[in-house]
Design a protein around this ligand. Structure first.
Ligand SMILES: Cc1cc2nc3c(=O)[nH]c(=O)nc-3n(C[C@H](O)[C@H](O)[C@H](O)COP(=O)(O)O)c2cc1C
Length: 331
C-alpha cells in the first residue's frame, strides 16, 4: 500500500501576523522603521517603505536595507521561537522592486532554549549611547557574537591603531554632514517633535551631554535628557560589519546579520551601539574599506561593551503601532 505523501503543516495566518508585529522591535537608522509587512494566509511579505528613507543621508538606501534586514531576521526569530521552521526568500522581483523578502513557515521544529532566549532578547534589546563600563567584552562572548553573523556578513574587530583612525574618520564624517543643510534638516526632523507617531528619536534616548568615548557618535544637533556618567568607554571593542558586495541584497543580509549579532549580544549581557556616520559619507566609507585591507565592503561600525552596572538602562525608543506596519491581506 502506498503511504499518502505527508502534507507539510503551515503556520496559521495569525502566527505569521504576530511575527511581523514582533519585528517592530527591530533597530533602524534614526528609528525610521522603513518597512511594511503584508501578512497573507500562507506568507509574509516584507516591503521597503521609501517614504521613511533618509533621502539626504542615505540616498542609495544602504541603511534602509540594513534596517529592513534587521526586521526580517526579527520575524524569523519570532517564528522559530514558536516552533516553526521559517525561511525567507529574498530573490528580487523586477516588477515589485520594493518587495524585499517573502517569509514562509511550513514545518514544525522543536523550540530550542537558544531560540527562546533570542526571542526574549527582542523586547529587552535597546540602543545605549552612553559610555560602557571599564569591563571589556570577554573573548568567548566576542567569538559567539562573531559566529552569529556567519553566512550573512562578517565582523572584524579593529586594532587600537585602527580605532584611532576610525575616530578621526567619525569626526571628519560628522563635519561633512553638519555642513550639509539637507542632512541637517533631515536629522532635525527625525530628532524633533515633527517626527510623531512612534518614529524618530525622543529626547529621553539622546545623551544629555557628549559622552566620553574614543569614537564619537554622530552629532545629533541637540542634547537629549539621558543622564551620562563620567566614565570613558576605553574598554569598548569596535568592529566592522562587512561583506563581499556593496549592493542592496548584501545590505539586506547585513541587516539580518546585525539583528543576529545584537540579539546574541543581548543574551550575553553585551551592549551594542551601531555607528553609521562614517558609512554615510563616501570618503570615510572608502577609508573603512582600506581598514579592511580589501577583504570586503564595510556596512556598519559596531561598538561592543558591557553597560555600566551603576546606570539603569535607557528608555525604549517608541515604535509605530502594529496597524501602521502590518497589513492583513486575504490572498
Ligand atoms: C542601520 C542602522 C544605523 C544606525 N546608526 C546609528 C548611529 O549612527 N548612531 C546611533 O546612536 N544609533 C544608530 N542606530 C541605532 C538606532 O538609532 C536605533 O536602533 C533606533 O533608534 C531604535 O532604538 P532601539 O535600538 O533602542 O530600539 C542605527 C541603527 C541601525 C539599524
Amino acid at each position: 500500500m502506498v503511504e499518502p505523501a505527508s502534507v507539510p503543516e503551515r503556520a496559521p495566518a495569525a502566527v505569521l501576523a504576530r511575527a511581523a508585529v514582533a519585528a517592530g522591535y527591530a533597530p533602524s537608522v534614526h528609528n525610521t522603521q522603513p518597512w511594511r509587512w503584508s501578512a497573507h494566509p500562507d506568507r509574509l511579505e516584507l516591503h521597503a517603505e521609501r517614504d521613511r528613507q533618509l533621502s539626504a543621508a542615505d540616498p542609495q538606501g544602504r541603511l534602509l536595507m540594513i534596517s529592513c534586514g534587521a526586521a526580517l531576521d526579527h520575524a524569523l526569530v519570532a517564528l522559530r521561537a514558536q516552533g516553526w521552521a521559517a525561511e525567507a526568500d529574498t530573490g528580487s522581483d523586477p516588477d515589485r522592486p520594493d518587495l524585499l523578502a517573502t517569509v514562509t513557515a511550513s514545518n514544525r521544529t522543536p523550540v530550542t532554549p537558544g531560540a527562546k532566549r533570542l526571542f526574549e532578547a527582542l523586547a529587552t534589546r535597546r540602543t545605549d549611547r552612553r559610555p560602557v563600563s571599564e569591563q571589556p567584552v570577554g573573548a568567548p562572548a566576542l567569538a559567539t557574537i562573531q559566529r552569529a553573523v556567519t553566512g550573512r556578513a562578517r565582523l572584524q574587530p579593529l586594532t587600537r591603531e585602527q580605532v584611532l583612525e576610525l575616530a578621526a574618520a567619525a569626526d571628519a564624517a560628522s563635519t561633512v554632514e553638519s555642513a550639509d543643510p539637507a542632512i541637517r534638516a533631515e536629522l532635525a526632523y527625525w530628532t524633533g517633535r515633527s517626527a510623531r507617531g512612534g518614529v524618530g528619536l525622543t529626547a529621553g534616548v539622546l545623551p544629555g551631554r557628549a559622552p566620553r568615548t574614543t569614537v564619537p557618535d554622530r552629532d545629533f544637533g541637540r542634547a537629549g535628557t539621558l543622564v551620562v556618567g563620567s566614565g570613558h568607554d576605553r574598554a569598548a571593542t569596535y568592529l566592522l560589519l562587512y561583506g563581499d558586495d556593496d549592493e542592496p541584497a548584501s545590505w539586506l543580509r547585513a541587516g539580518e546579520a546585525l539583528s543576529a549579532a545584537w540579539l546574541t549580544a543581548e543574551t550575553l549581557g553585551v551592549s551594542v551601539l551601531p555607528l553609521s556616520v562614517t558609512i554615510e559619507v563616501a570618503g570615510t566609507r572608502q577609508l573603512l574599506r582600506r581598514l579592511l585591507s580589501g577583504l570586503g565592503h564595510p556596512y556598519l561600525v559596531l561598538r561592543l561593551g558591557i553597560a555600566d552596572p551603576d546606570q539603569p538602562g535607557p528608555p525604549h525608543t517608541p515604535r509605530i503601532s502594529p496597524a501602521g506596519l502590518v497589513e492583513i491581506a486575504t490572498l
